[in-house]
Design a protein. Structure first.
Length: 107
């Protein structure tokens, strides 16, 4: 792994946390509810996200229901749990279009 940069150093160098979400996941029941005035879908939503035995699940605690359950089909997918969410700048697209953050020789 390369040199670790503190947050202040990263900001000086132009790095910033990135929100790259292209579509939000919301509970359909919460969408139908009458939100109080001034309440945004972001603040109104009561979602929990967690890992399950087959993948990833989003659960609405307001309506006690599943919102989406993603089945990884027993495959490993790269995941970045760091503050910046940029895979340490190591994300690369292969010629076949697959995006990977694994270095050569990793299993």
């Amino acid at each position: 792994m390369g040199k670790v940069l503190w947050i202040s150093e990263k900001r000086k160098r132009g790095y910033a946390p990135k929100d790259v979400i292209t579509e939000f996941i919301r509970c359909p029941d919460c969408e139908r509810d009458d939100k109080p005035d001034g309440e945004s879908p972001r603040t109104w939503g009561r979602l929990e996200v967690g890992v399950t035995t087959i993948g990833l699940q989003v659960w609405c605690t307001r309506h006690d229901r599943n919102v989406i359950h993603v089945d990884y089909q027993h495959r490993d997918y790269p995941a970045d749990e760091t503050y910046y969410g940029d895979f340490g700048g190591t994300m690369q697209r292969r010629k076949d279009g697959v995006v990977s953050n694994r270095k050569q020789g990793d299993n």
